[in-house]
Ligand binder design. Structure first.
Ligand code: PHE
Length: 469
């Protein structure tokens, strides 16, 4: 596409909505609660929050800036802001690899949500007990044709939206459905405040107990701060590339990170209130939200409508994130290889769809010891299904490493001038603070956490132990 005819967002609010649309998704509502549950709560949440603030924000700013400046896709943006052929394209390529892997399992989980939307519409959960709902979930996991069907639907919708063009397709719906999701979550929050397990949920989430957190859990918290903010993969470079040059960035990125975090925390409070009110297990794994929420809906006044609305809005949130992942790849193939936009969306969509089959089969055909991989490695002690593998590999390794490289590129290669341009401010404290967090703090934190995993010793852990130990 020619630079001058390149699509762009209609303005600042539209960009905030699009970036928030990318950030807010299954990561907040499905993944955050379940990995928090698996990792013992408070300490995990604290690390995640610290990472969003200290590591996430500067990288978020860096990505949007690089995209906005280069007005180009996630690989070439590094060349255009630096020089042609630079090895700094590596984070761009790593990002494409992440995008493939993430979207392949993301679409399968998106499919689970669509399935639950369907079951809500036909009122399958009305009057059911927690145990019966658990049975429904187990039957979905073991029923691969049903998962395949919904994976097909989810991936087709994603491709269709990308074909329609990100700007028109998303802008209109984002404006209505995102605030609706916020409102519904607020309503659920008020509702769970009256549940008996609310207090226990709050202390589970907000009182850190470091003894419950292992090195892999710390890495998972750091990785999740990348996943949930759509960082380290070039999605926000791509979205930033459709942002007009005159928009200033710091307020935008703070707004996006703030909404994203607020949604995750509210989702967490809602879900753990249900967990503790109905005697469920916090560490139930990837099916956590699919057991807890329908249990609440089935007993709540207006539960039918709320359930239908909820799964609809979450499906939409998941789609807007999936679209940003696909768009990252499509922008690259259309711009760098002159492939027609339609053709690249279709081809990439099909390849990811096929890769997704491995995740579809992960809860049934391939869920056996013979097919579990990487037992006894840094990735897993007990063996991983493809689904777990793609998730862990990207969230815990590819995204943080991509983010680390982007931070270094921003801090050391583009440096002070770029930071001033990005903040559009002369505030020395802000600019210097950002410069050194891009140069040292953000990459240092990621390295430290990896160090911790390998050697079981790290600076952060030591500090954490001093403060809370
Ligand atoms: N941030 C999205 C979510 O929380 C997922 C995502 C990851 C989107 C990486 C784009 C890039 O659901």
């Amino acid at each position: 596409m020619n630079q001058s005819t390149r699509a762009h967002w209609s303005g600042r609010i539209a960009f905030i909505l699009a970036a928030a649309g990318s950030a807010i998704g299954l990561g907040n509502i499905w993944k955050f609660p379940y990995i928090t549950g698996e990792n013992g709560g408070g300490a995990f949440v604290l690390i995640y929050l610290a990472c969003v603030a200290v590591v996430g924000l500067p990288i978020l700013l860096a990505e949007v800036y690089i995209g906005q400046k280069a007005r180009r896709n996630a690989v070439e943006a590094f060349e255009l802001t630096h020089k042609t052929g630079t090895y700094w394209r590596v984070p761009g390529w790593l990002g494409l690899a992440s995008a493939f892997l993430i979207l392949s399992f993301y679409s399968v989980v998106g499919g689970w949500i669509l399935d639950f939307e369907f079951r809500s519409i036909i009122n399958e959960f009305g009057g059911k007990s927690a145990n019966e709902i658990k049975g429904t979930l187990t039957s979905l996991f073991t029923n691969w044709p049903r998962q395949l069907f919904w994976h097909t639907v989810f991936m087709s919708l994603t491709v269709a939206i990308v074909l329609g063009g990100v700007k028109d397709g998303l802008e209109r719906w984002n404006k209505i459905l995102m605030p609706a999701l916020l409102a519904l979550l607020a309503l659920l929050l008020v509702r769970v405040m009256f549940l008996p397990g609310f207090g226990q949920a709050m202390s589970f989430l907000f009182s850190p107990d470091t003894s419950k957190l292992k090195a892999a859990g710390i890495l998972e918290a750091v990785g999740h701060s990348f996943f949930t903010l759509s960082l380290g993969m070039g999605a926000l470079i791509t979205y930033g590339s459709y942002l007009k040059k005159k928009e200033s960035l710091p307020k935008i990125v703070i707004a996006v990170a703030f909404i994203d975090t607020a949604i995750a925390l509210v989702a967490g409070i809602v879900i753990f209130s249900i967990v503790y009110s109905f005697n469920m297990a916090p560490g139930a794994g990837p099916g956590l939200i699919l057991v807890t929420l329908p249990t609440l809906f089935s007993q709540m006044a207006g539960g039918y409508i709320i359930s239908v609305a909820f799964f609809l809005l979450v499906s939409f949130a998941a789609l807007t994130s999936a679209v940003s992942i696909l768009e990252t790849m499509v922008a690259y193939w259309t711009e760098s290889h002159n492939v027609d936009r339609k053709k690249s969306a279709l081809i990439v969509g099909v390849v990811i769809y096929l890769l997704g089959l491995l995740s579809v089969f992960s809860t049934n055909l391939l869920n056996s010891p013979q097919f579990k991989m990487f037992a006894g490695t840094l990735l897993s002690k007990n063996g991983l299904t493809f689904f777990d593998l793609f998730d862990k590999l990207t969230s815990s390794y590819f995204l943080p490493i991509g983010g680390l490289l982007i931070a270094l590129f921003f801090g050391w290669i583009l440096g002070e001038k770029a930071i001033k341009e990005a903040t559009k401010s002369d505030n020395k404290l802000l600019n210097k603070g950002l410069l050194w967090s891009a140069r040292i703090v953000a990459p240092g934190a990621v390295l430290d956490v990896l160090l911790n995993l390998v050697f079981e010793w790290s600076v952060l852990r030591w500090l954490f132990g001093m403060v809370f130990g």
